[in-house]
Ligand binder design. Structure first.
Ligand SMILES: [Fe+2]
Ligand SMILES: [Fe+2]
Length: 337
């Protein structure tokens, strides 16, 4: 299983990416570059190039959006969980995802963007979130597979982010990764139980794996050859391992787990390569990935509509919190007078 101790080495080429020419103040830029080269953290009060700030706002807000949209496919199953134990676990997990969204919005706010601006981007369809959440969760085994594979892929992506050069993001990721580790284990354990059950239960697990496997591989993003922002992100110490390397690590870690579980991963080309000391795997359907990213997946519209409705339905909570804060302020002022 993956845990905090599942250490992933930085890519060897991390610092070898050439600097792109900067239009910023050379002295400030040089100080920033030295910090990055020394692997020190950049903090909110530190000077940073505008492009670094923008990249972080985009990445952290997309990550926050993915956490809160990710609550929806599994949230559908809370009222239909097969036992009190599974329901309690699922409620805790979905609540954790909401918490992850909140840490991440807070981290992005330290870069000078407001939560309202970020939510407006999400609700208007301008901002992206992880495409995996635009697929439906059709049976109970999907909840287990989301934990095992989707949270498993998320951990693989997120452990290197605990060492990201931007301090607030790196620190948020440490707690997030600990909780993701619980998510992954609970999913895998739920599937182990189902695989000891009836033929129908085993078939449900296999069906869920068949539908999610390729989509999880696509979660790591386009191939390195087709990922224009990756090199700059690596130079800045934001991204520390390439998409293809992370994808390979995920495949290598997951194949033995699938064997223990007793499911077949739906890829006839999946086999151990002795020379590379890695599993080879077949090709990912990037056309489908991009169609979903661009709004045409099976649940894009439904997810966005549900999120917007939840936000609007919660207006009274925000109003009440603001009214309470105002009253507290007035009371504090009166006391001080
Ligand atoms: Fe999460
Ligand atoms: Fe999670």
């Amino acid at each position: 299983m993956y845990t905090q101790s599942f250490n992933v080495q930085d890519a060897a080429s991390l610092k070898s990416v050439p600097q792109t020419p900067s239009h910023e103040d050379p002295e400030f830029q040089a100080r920033f570059d030295r910090k990055i080269d020394a692997d020190s953290k950049i903090e909110p009060q530190d000077w940073m190039p505008e492009a670094y700030r923008k990249t972080l706002v985009r990445q952290i807000s997309q990550h926050a959006h993915s956490e809160i949209v990710g609550m929806l496919p599994e949230g559908n199953w809370i009222s239909r969980a097969p036992s009190l134990k599974r329901k309690a676990i699922l409620i805790a997990k979905v609540q954790d995802e909401g918490g992850h969204g909140l840490y991440l919005y807070s981290a992005a706010e330290t870069l000078g963007t407001s939560r309202d601006q970020m939510l407006e981007g999400l609700h208007s369809g301008k901002a992206k979130y992880s495409s995996i959440f635009n697929y439906p969760t059709l049976n109970w085994a999907d909840v287990g597979v989301v934990g095992w594979l989707v949270d498993g892929a998320a951990i693989m992506n997120q452990i290197p982010l605990c060492r990201c050069s931007y301090g607030p993001y790196a620190r948020a990721m440490i707690r997030v990764c600990k909780e993701e580790s619980f998510h992954q284990r609970q999913g895998y354990e739920a599937l182990l139980v189902m695989m000891q059950g009836t033929a129908e239960q085993k078939a449900m697990v296999q069906d869920a794996v068949n539908r999610f496997w390729w989509k999880c591989l696509a979660m790591f993003g386009p191939p390195d050859s087709d990922s224009p922002h990756s090199a700059q992100g690596m130079r800045w110490g934001i991204k520390r391992i390439s998409n293809d390397d992370l994808r390979q690590k995920f495949v290598d870690a997951t194949v033995p787990q699938a064997k223990v579980l007793g499911v077949t991963l739906p890829d006839p080309e999946l086999k151990w390569n002795d020379e590379r000391q890695h599993y080879d795997y077949g090709s990912i359907d990037w056309d489908e990935f991009w169609a979903t990213v661009n709004g045409n997946g099976p649940c894009n519209k439904e997810r966005l509509a549900t999120r917007v409705k939840a936000h609007n339905d919660g207006q009274w909570v925000r109003d009440a919190a603001l009214a309470y804060a105002r009253k507290q302020q007035i009371a504090a002022r009166k006391e001080a007078a």
